[in-house]
Design a protein around this ligand. Structure first.
Ligand SMILES: C[S@@+](CC[C@H](N)C(=O)[O-])C[C@H]1O[C@@H](n2cnc3c(N)ncnc32)[C@H](O)[C@@H]1O
Length: 434
């Protein structure tokens, strides 16, 4: 029997010299080599680099590669401030000038909107307050623990642990906990990671995490949000969802309220509400004759939302998946909800009694996967006068905006923020109206 002929094209480990084309969604740039498309990390449009192939997709359809030598550099290239850049999987834009990072993110958002939503909108990625040159902003960081109890970060698409003694994007308070210098004998054998949280109030918290989850699941922290005339305090599980950039939550709440322009007496839905940060500001804005219905599936987050919104008689929390609350899918048994989990399409269910047939305003802030078509159609069917969509993935956002367009809602304003400097990630806030 003869061995099958090897696949034509590049294989893992091979080094090629390529001319780098545009930035793509995900932070890598596109290049071509003898008919194959390469997604190359740690490079910039217009560069010529030597790149090592790190992965070949099935059928050789796409190739991932990493730049190992810059033959001709982009004027936007800078020396990486962090000595672990290029190895650590946490930051992928350390080699890019900060203003150029934002231009690259704007290009990606614009391209996704053009391709997936047929929208041509100029995009500018704005800075948030609360960082130093794109460094020392991250208030929540997970450090991995390796087999020798070494503590550090995971390289890109790897299970290994790269020991580090600093992380330049983490807040000083995170590093000052000393967790990165903890001796191996003080790291329990079952701990696979440490989550370090520097909240806006009180001391930083270090949560040891085992393969089963946090060892101290009940740890909660307090976050304060000031947005225009609004000030709120929020209890949030230490490992629960909260914007990691210290300038993000306040700015996003301020902007969402400004975009929605709530009026006294209006009915508002806050979907994927987390611990109720938007819901609280909106409840205050619509006043005692208005109402806010917050929908959140995570057990801990919805319990915190209940507590955080207890002072607002006009706000209620529905603990349910959004698709289940709308009756798109039947409710499942109530085991603990996995954070950020996405609903496959199940059998239709019944609408939650607290979900009204109409609403004046809707805010949705789904996880990375987006809201998906059925939820967008259900939101449009409420006939709100305005919708604000907060999105951390421009591709999922663009796909959902296309559904909203088919349902009669057009983009009025799009703002994009650099909520994750030194990485390719970007946050968008979009106002839709009929
Ligand atoms: C991006 S976070 C936004 C949270 C909140 N708006 C904030 O800014 O703090 C998304 C939230 O949606 C929740 N979530 C994920 N999938 C959900 C679903 N299918 N239905 C309801 N909530 C969901 C997560 O638990 C998380 O709290």
């Amino acid at each position: 029997m003869t061995a099958p002929a090897p696949e034509p094209g590049l294989s893992v480990g091979e080094v090629v010299t390529v001319d780098i084309g545009p930035i793509a969604h995900g932070g890598h740039c596109v290049a071509r080599h003898e008919g194959q498309v390469l997604f190359v990390r740690h490079t910039l449009p217009g560069e010529r680099v030597r790149a090592r192939v790190t992965e070949v997709g099935s059928g050789s359809r796409f190739v991932r590669a990493d730049a190992i030598e810059v033959v001709s550099a982009s004027p936007d290239r800078v020396p990486a401030p962090c000595r672990y850049a290029g190895v650590c999987g946490g930051c992928d834009f350390q080699h890019v000038d900060l203003a150029a990072q934002r231009r690259l993110k704007a290009t990606v958002v614009r391209e996704q909107l053009q391709r997936l939503a047929r929208l041509d909108i100029p995009v500018e990625v704005e800075a948030l307050a609360g960082h130093r040159d794109g460094l020392r902003w991250r208030t929540r960081t997970e450090f991995a623990v390796g087999p020798e109890r070494e503590i550090g970060m995971r390289p890109h698409r790897s299970h290994h642990v790269l020991p580090v003694d600093d992380c330049l994007i983490a807040r000083e308070e995170v590093i000052a906990t000393g967790v990165l210098h903890r001796p191996a004998e003080r790291v329990p054998a079952d701990v696979v990671a440490f989550d370090v949280i520097a909240p806006s109030v009180g001391e930083p918290v270090v949560v040891p995490v085992t393969a089963q989850g946090a060892t101290e699941a009940a740890v909660a922290v307090t976050e304060v949000v000031e947005a225009g005339g609004f000030r709120g305090e929020f209890e949030v599980a230490a490992r629960g969802f909260w914007q990691v950039h210290p300038g993000a939550a306040g700015r996003f709440v301020e902007l969402a309220v400004e975009m929605l322009a709530p009026r006294a007496g209006e009915r508002v839905l806050d979907l994927y509400s987390g611990v109720g940060v938007f819901a609280a500001a909106l409840a205050e804005a619509v006043g005692p004759t208005g109402e806010v219905i917050a929908v959140e599936s995570d057990v801990e987050a919805s319990a915190h939302a209940q507590a955080n919104l207890a002072a607002y008689d006009n706000a209620v929390v529905v603990r349910a998946r959004v698709d289940e609350a709308f009756g798109i899918t039947a409710r499942r048994s109530r085991g603990p909800q996995r954070r950020g989990s996405r609903g496959g399409r199940g059998r239709p269910g019944t609408r939650h009694p607290l979900i009204p047939p109409t609403a004046d305003l809707v805010l949705l802030d789904p996880p990375r996967t987006g809201a998906a078509a059925d939820v967008c159609r259900a939101v449009a069917a409420l006939s709100p006068r305005a919708i604000v969509y907060v999105a951390c993935d421009p591709a999922a956002l663009a796909r959902d905006l296309a559904t909203f367009a088919d349902s009669g809602y057009a983009v009025r304003t799009l703002r994009a923020f650099d909520a994750f400097p030194m990485t390719h990630h970007v946050e968008c806030i979009v106002l839709l109206e009929r």
